[in-house]
Design a protein around this ligand. Structure first.
Ligand code: COA
Length: 361
């Protein structure tokens, strides 16, 4: 019997034009922690070590006149154009982000009204029935917004949703912190539609977990390393990198398996893994752990397309941007064909992890 399925009918992304190579950090003085600077002549070694342990050589930053909602709007417009729909037919506009609009000249977070309301207004959507709201959920925010929209569409209460992930991490990065070289800006979007299909199509299943008791403090906002630990005049993104790495390594594979089991599938059925682009080495290690979990030795070379080396970690935007680049044929040797089984997965502040299984049509 034909059932309502949630299907991606359009994708879009906004990759800022300003490219920031690792060499641009050679003028930085990095700190090991509060009050303990590395010697200036160690910076070059730190920057090359950084590339060695993350695979990141370049990242994209928004220009000074852009804010997060501008990037979101651009990606959203592209997804609507690709879907070929009238924006007035959208029932939801959901924007996942974690810091709101942070202007270059004033680093306060601004999300009143919500970024989704700003995007809806600039799309010129008049319909009051199109509900616009934001979702802060760490880096897994975009995927969580897709999961939420799926509930609305599967319930029959809604037919179409625009789901955007947008961030400007460059505006909350501490220049004295080595980890700031990970962070980037960007936006990605999809238009989802409820369609009836006999066979498997669209979103098949998802799984989510939230670890807070011991893990909430792995990613937080804190003062710059050039300040004292309790000088919170300005806050920056801070993390316990290695602990986060270990948490992601040991926990993400299990969540992916949970989602596959709910879809009645195994890793053998998976054609593509689109994973949050946090660190190239970490993502590779997560994939190895996932295959080990299934006792599978051979990892297909093209199963996990990566962008982190040239786009850096733009948080909620990494996965939808990756999807859009593949759909638009802008990733060599990567394509999605009808019938492909795609796993989406993300990890981030919370700590939150989510995974979704999708049948490409
Ligand atoms: C931060 C991170 C890049 C550090 O890499 P790591 O492999 O864990 O590094 P370690 O802490 O084990 O340190 C290994 C070496 O790298 C150095 N190092 C650590 N962080 C570094 C950085 N940001 N830049 C340069 N060198 C760094 C250490 O000093 C150490 O050097 P040594 O071998 O000379 O002693 C990595 O832990 C990471 O990406 N963590 C997860 C990020 C993430 O998932 N974010 C959340 C989702 S947004």
């Amino acid at each position: 019997m034909a059932q309502s399925k949630t299907v991606i009918i359009g994708t879009g992304s906004c990759i800022p034009t300003r490219s920031v190579l690792n060499s641009e950090f050679l003028g930085h003085t990095f700190f090991e922690g509060y009050g303990s600077a590395y010697a200036q002549d160690e910076t070059a070694k730190i920057v090359s070590k950084f590339q060695e342990i993350t695979d990141i050589a370049e990242r994209k930053y928004a220009s000074d006149d852009q804010v997060c909602s501008d990037l979101a709007l651009s990606a959203g417009r592209q997804a609507i154009a690709a879907a070929g729909i009238d924006p007035e037919t959208l029932d939801y506009v959901i924007v996942a982000h974690n810091f709101g609009d942070v202007r270059a000249e004033n680093r306060r977070s601004d999300f009143v009204p919500t970024l989704a309301a700003r995007v809806k207004a600039k799309l010129g959507i008049a319909s009051p029935a199109c509900v616009a709201y934001d979702l802060p959920f760490g880096c897994p925010g975009w995927l969580q917004a897709v999961i939420q929209a799926n509930y609305y569409l599967r319930s029959g209460d809604a037919k179409r949703a625009l789901v955007i992930g947008a961030e400007t991490l460059s505006r909350v990065s501490d220049p004295a912190d080595r980890d700031s070289m990970i962070y980037a800006d960007g936006a990605g979007a999809v238009v989802l539609e409820a369609q009836t299909h006999d066979g498997e199509a669209g979103i098949l299943a998802h799984a989510v977990r939230s670890d807070t008791l011991e893990h909430a403090r792995l990613l937080w906002m804190g003062p710059a390393f050039t300040k004292t630990p309790n000088d919170d005049s300005q806050l920056f993104l801070k993390m316990h990198g290695r602990k986060l790495y270990e948490y992601a390594l040991t926990t993400v594979p299990g969540v992916v398996r949970q989602a596959l089991e709910k879809a009645g599938l195994t890793l053998k059925d998976v054609d593509k893994v689109l994973i949050h682009q946090a660190n190239g080495k970490m993502d590779e290690a997560i994939l190895k752990r996932l295959f080990k979990l299934y006792g599978m030795k051979e990892i297909p070379a093209d199963i996990m397309p990566m962008t982190v080396s040239w786009l850096g970690n733009s948080s909620v935007a990494t996965v939808p941007t990756l999807l859009d680049l593949i759909v638009r044929g802008r990733m060599d040797g990567q394509a999605l064909k009808s019938g492909d089984c795609v796993v989406f997965a993300s990890v981030g502040a919370g700590m939150n992890i989510n995974a979704m299984v999708y049948r490409w049509i």
